[in-house]
Write a protein that binds this ligand. Structure first.
Ligand code: NAP
Length: 312
């Protein structure tokens, strides 16, 4: 019997009955609300098949109210683990029995491992981002001056902390709600207290989300990261004025649908190098697989599954 496209909390409560006869047995999942759009099954199922692991990965529509009870059910039901997407990333950290050090620093859990009855939380946003930058631009974050737009959101904040942990050259935090950028900057101050001097500009700054402030910062930025949902719709407003993007910039959009947002198109037209969110998604999947199975993830089937899912 084939798995359903999306399971519910009610299904989870009668899991053995609901999934009786489903092969391979669903033992990995993503919790989200909404979750229908998640590409994680297309990323992980080819990896499970290639690794000859008798399990499949499914989507579970779990609301914020259902999350705690749902995640607690997983170990007894024989799950290997789960990923958590919107709106569960912040709630997940509180529901864990143990939290990996990096996930605790990043403040967000998005990968859960069921380990002998315990729930252990990890975060793949930061490591996936680092790896994507290295693979796509052949440079390490520690050597870059980074601007993160959406630094107060779940993924943006995690990536900001990861940049600080890496001791990147400069970090500029931009957020629609400016106070959130200021509070992340305040929290990250201890990472930038060294005597390292790189030009006249402060190494860590919260910047207002307006054209004049962005223009001033962009002259001293290498990597621009969009960690907002602006660009998911073709009719979306500009992320930043196109003329501010310069040929020396590296432009990364965490969005992968559409594959080329207006921000990336403007960057490409201005001679900048660009990458969309697929690479980060792929590398996040690789880290999750390795936490679940303690072995190398099969990269080629994962990449092929993802590309097929987005029609590339
Ligand atoms: P989130 O926690 O809801 O954060 C959203 C961020 O975007 C906040 O900083 C928010 O600012 C800002 N924002 C939202 N709407 C805005 C608007 N109209 N104008 C200006 N700023 C706006 O979401 P998230 O989980 O971090 O995800 C953010 C994006 O990254 C999504 O597009 C998601 O799909 C993508 N993502 C991709 C990957 C990947 O692997 N490629 C991984 C994670 C996330 P306020 O603080 O002012 O609300």
């Amino acid at each position: 019997m084939e798995a359903k496209s999306v399971y519910t909390f009610e299904d989870l409560k009668s899991w053995d009955t609901v999934t009786h006869g489903v092969t391979p047995p669903p033992r990995l999942c993503v919790f989200g609300d909404p979750v229908e759009h998640s590409l994680s099954p297309q990323l992980h199922n080819p990896a499970l098949e290639a690794s000859k692991i008798d399990a499949q990965y499914v989507r579970l529509h779990i609301s914020a109210e259902e999350f705690d009870e749902a995640v607690r059910l997983l170990p007894a039901l024989g799950f290997i683990g789960t990923n958590c997407t919107i709106p569960h990333k912040f709630a997940a950290i509180a529901a864990m029995d143990e939290v990996d050090d990096l996930a605790r620093k990043l403040g967000v859990v998005n990968t859960v491992v069921c380990d002998e009855g315990k729930l252990v939380g990890f975060n793949s946003d930061g490591p996936g981002f680092l790896r994507a930058v290295r693979e796509e631009f052949s440079v390490d974050v520690k050597d870059l001056r980074v601007m993160i737009i959406g630094a107060g959101g779940g993924a943006g904040r995690a990536v900001a902390v990861q940049c600080a942990v890496e001791d990147c050259e400069r970090l500029v935090l931009v957020n629609r709600t400016h106070n959130k950028a200021k509070s992340v900057a305040k929290e990250l101050e201890p990472y930038f207290e060294s005597n390292r001097v790189l030009g006249a500009k402060k190494r860590l700054q919260a910047c207002a989300f307006d054209d004049d402030a962005l223009r001033e910062q962009l002259d001293n930025t290498d990597l621009i990261v969009n960690a907002t949902p602006i660009g998911m719709k073709r009719t979306a407003p500009e992320l930043l004025p196109a003329h501010l993007i310069q040929p020396h910039h590296l432009a990364m959009d965490m969005i992968y649908s559409p594959l080329e947002t207006n921000f990336l198109k403007a960057a490409r037209n201005n001679g900048a190098r660009t990458t969309n969110g697929l690479s980060m998604l792929l590398w996040q999947g690789v880290y999750s697989f390795e936490w679940w199975f303690n072995r190398d993830a099969p990269l080629d089937p994962m990449r092929a599954g993802l590309m097929a899912a987005v029609g590339e």
